[in-house]
Design a protein around this ligand. Sequence first.
Ligand SMILES: [Fe+2]
Ligand SMILES: [Fe+2]
Length: 462
Amino acid sequence: MNGQDKGIFYQLSHKYSLLHQTKFTKSSMLAVSHALEDIVISSGFKADMYVFFQHFKFFIEEIDRYLELAKICNNIYIFTSDVKWNELKQPNYPNNLIIIELNSLSPLIQEWNVIVDYRPNPMILATRELDEQPDLINWEREPQTMNQDKLPGKDDFRAFLGILSFDTKTALDGVKLARMNVPENSLADPAESSLLSQDNSNLDSKTSRDIDTTTYFINRALNEIEDKTIQLKRANVQLQEEIKNNKRTSYEMIKRLCFAAEYRDVETALHLIKMSYYSKELYRAYGANPTEVELMTYASLTHDIGKIGIPDRILMKAGRLTSEEYQVMKRHPYIGARILQDSSQRLINMARNICYYHHEKYNGKGYPLGLKGTDIPLEARIVAIADVFDALSSKRVYKQDFSKEKTLQIMLEERNNHFDGELLDLFFEIVDELLEFKFRLENLSMHKTNTELLNLYLQEIN
Ligand SMILES: [Fe+2]
Ligand SMILES: [Fe+2]
């Protein structure tokens, strides 16, 4: 840095401070600095830009802006610390964009200013980071370290040192151009407004000029914040759309897995639908929110998906399984969990837990791990109840359906044995409504194929 530059900083820090007492948050100061840069760009001011950053990453984030400014300005000096030269792709940068690395302890990196070299009367916008947070909390400043990220609150406040000009006309031209650029803001009439001139030091008119200038920059900052908010809202809508798409894809995947299972005769569609309905309704009664209930609707469909990996001679066997065959059959929770493991999605994780743990028993006598009580994930404890209830209350090739009373009696005997007692109590509270659904579904199944039924069910619950 040459002697002339040092002189400018001396002036900024000690002498010409128009709005010295005004505090801004750093985000509004960024908007203010953008405002001034926009004026430089749109007006084609011949400008020297001196820009100071605390962090090199800010420069990288703003690089497009400075490339644009480099087309107009004589030179752009970026004073920054902790430069990662390999991120710069230096050859692509114009020669007049000059990066000067400062020691991160240098007080200069707490300054920001733009000098518009509108000769013979340069104009300067200057801000400075505060050493202390103003008046809000008892803020204790940590000693400065090389890691600027660690300084609490330091990034949050800056003082606006003001717009300095050595000539009123130059400053007014700047404001006039700014007004054309941002017509909706409430700038004072440039004819009545003036910025600090070296020759003009009348205190009363200075105060009113201060307000005009401040109003302009605050309004400009607000406009920019509003623009950013709109952008953010748009991005949010897009994100929501993506999330919806993701959800649809996951549901679609689960559905197709079910079709695959059905193709191999793993479980009937009728059983899957009832299981899914009973599980989600019990989950709802338990107090799960609608999103979780929806996940359960789909996740529970997969509970026996692991049976895809069981050999036909065992899976399709009409008679009783031998104890060896039964041992093979008991691998289906593990196979299901393998199919669905390592997903980052809540739905798939829930499905994986259901697959893996739906044959665990509350008293620890289930399989495959012999987990006990609430060590068994909630979703699996719920599905266990729904699965057994449907097995007991439905007709199967090898058995008649039990009456409601008989079914409930058998299940009650398993309170805190096979089933989580509290969940079972809740289940009994809603069981009549579940049986109504079962009745309606079984009637409907006389006229529909399994695939049609499953599709119909999934369409209706969405
Ligand atoms: Fe199973
Ligand atoms: Fe089942």
